[in-house]
Write a protein of this length. Structure first.
Length: 506
């Protein structure tokens, strides 16, 4: 049976919000006189087609009445991709599903999301397509969620097929989540990558492949951060160990930017169905923290549609200034972040640590390029988060690079990354960066007055660079290690960088 839906928007309809279509019913699917349910093994399919115009709401919900006795739901969809003029967005439509508990913001009914990565999925008690949550298929009104990300001038024609398979309900195994602590080395610098994607969203690698690549990259910890789903939280069983801590999280992918919820409690879903205009991000940032996570805006100046961060940084715990191979959009984010440091030293803003992650999805993306190096009391979820929150962090393109960075005063005073050298405004302070594994690179010291010292490393890439200043001349100082420039007028790609040391009495 096929149903055709045509959505017509009023002239005042905007791109934000949601729309619910007419309900899909399987009430007449039961064959045979006097029978209320199909026999075990039977299946029934309904096909729904429709058209969305330009300006369609962000989310279009298709209600499906699921009767008793259903063992499995399968959904398949397609949509047209007509040619569009150069520079005009074509059609792109995401998909997910909510169960009988509804579609209210907060996600009580959330059962999975694959964005645009899949054209079909299934759910049942004992299993589900990656990106979706296994669990009971209860009777009631479920909702397929279509997310028309971009709509061509011609509109978007969709075709959704919903299949119900009948039979015993099955059993949902209890999820096994990663432990919160690994053996580690006590107080030490630990290397991690907190922005990674697997087959549970739009990545192509399995969790096992990612774990192997993380170990090969010299990482001590990683965070699973799939787009708008927690389905991967239970997918790492057997992959952690004393040498690798695995944290659970989510990349909350809104239409106005992405944010990594790093280290949230396993199984806790954070909603993404809002825009900056809704003034709702503060609420969901608090939800991330209640779930034990950190709020880290991802690739704030990335050029992909919907990737630009529009929510501001006031609710952030850290910001991803380096995402994957270093590119000009990272340079813009770095400059924006450096401005927040200046504002902090003037008493106009809290200080916001910088981190870097690979955002690796598939070959040839490199897990651990870059990696966040954190001074933590041990290799545990909370200790790593505490180190990031405090800014005891530097970032490197690989584990081949190592560094130490500190500032000392005239009488033996000492401050490391994210610390303050408590000396008078005119005290001579010595800045020292020791680095190895960076052949061909140049070291720079950056302050609130700009880039004030630059020095090449020896050809071996191992050396120590020192510079002297005073708190009067530099309210903070941070270090950058860069490769030679490849673009006229731009500094070279980053090899490593540190969070700042602050100078003077706070």
């Amino acid at each position: 049976m096929e149903r055709r839906d045509v959505l017509r928007l009023s002239a005042g309809a905007g791109a934000a919000g949601a729309l619910t279509l007419g309900t899909v019913s399987f009430a007449d699917a039961a064959p045979g006189a006097g029978r209320t349910e199909p026999a075990d093994g039977a299946e029934r399919t309904r096909r729904i087609t429709g058209h969305l115009p330009t300006g369609a709401p962000d989310f279009v919900y298709l209600p499906v009445e699921v009767p008793h006795g259903v063992r499995e739901i399968t959904v398949a969809y397609t949509y047209d991709k007509p040619p569009v003029p150069e520079g005009t967005a074509g059609n792109a439509c995401d998909i997910g599903i909510f169960d009988e508990r509804g579609t209210d913001l907060g996600g009580a009914g959330f059962r999975g999301w694959s964005g645009g990565a899949r054209t079909e999925f299934f759910l049942r008690a004992d299993d589900a397509t990656p990106g979706y949550l296994p669990g009971p298929v209860n009777a009631g009104t479920w909702h397929i969620a279509l997310g028309p990300y971009t709509v061509a001038p011609q509109g978007l024609a969709y075709d959704v097929a919903v299949t119900l398979r009948y039979g015993p309900p099955g059993h949902t195994p209890a999820p096994v989540y990663p432990p919160e602590r690994a053996r580690g080395r006590g107080r030490a610098w630990y290397r991690g990558d907190n922005h990674l994607h697997s087959v549970h969203s739009d990545g192509k690698r399995s969790p096992a492949e990612i774990a192997a690549l993380a170990r090969a990259a010299g990482l001590d910890f990683l965070t699973t951060s799939e787009h708008n789903t927690t389905a991967a939280h239970r997918a790492w069983e057997g992959l952690w160990g004393d040498d690798l801590l695995i944290l659970t999280g989510e990349e909350i992918t809104t239409r106005n930017g992405h944010v990594v919820a790093m280290g949230t409690d396993p199984g806790v879903f954070i909603d993404w169905r809002y825009r900056a205009r809704d003034n709702a991000f503060g609420k969901y940032a608090r939800a991330i923290r209640r779930a034990g996570g950190l709020v880290i805006p991802a690739h704030p100046h990335a050029t992909c549609i919907g990737c630009n961060w529009k929510f501001g940084l006031n609710d952030a715990d850290a910001v991803e200034v380096w995402n994957g191979p270093y590119t000009p959009d990272d340079e813009v984010t770095l400059a924006e972040w450096d401005n927040t440091l200046v504002a902090h030293t003037r008493g106009r803003a809290a200080w916001l640590p910088a981190v870097g992650h690979s955002d690796a999805h598939r070959d040839p993306d490199v897990v651990g390029l870059p990696q966040t190096v954190v001074l933590a009391e041990d290799l545990s979820r909370h200790a790593v988060q505490d180190g990031i929150r405090a800014g005891r962090v530097w970032i490197a393109e690989s584990s081949k690079i190592d560094l130490t960075f500190a500032v000392t005063g005239e009488h033996g005073e000492h401050a490391g990354i994210a610390e303050r050298l408590e000396v008078s405004r005119t005290t001579r302070a010595t800045v020292r960066l020791k680095v190895s594994g960076a052949p061909g690179c140049t070291v720079s010291f950056v302050t609130d007055q700009g880039r004030l010292h630059t020095s090449p490393l020896p050809p071996s890439g191992t050396g120590t660079v020192t510079w002297q200043t005073t708190p009067d001349h530099a309210a903070y100082v941070r270090a950058e290690v860069r490769h030679p420039s490849t673009t006229a007028g731009l500094p070279g790609p980053m090899a490593a960088m540190t969070n700042p040391v602050f100078l003077g009495r706070g």
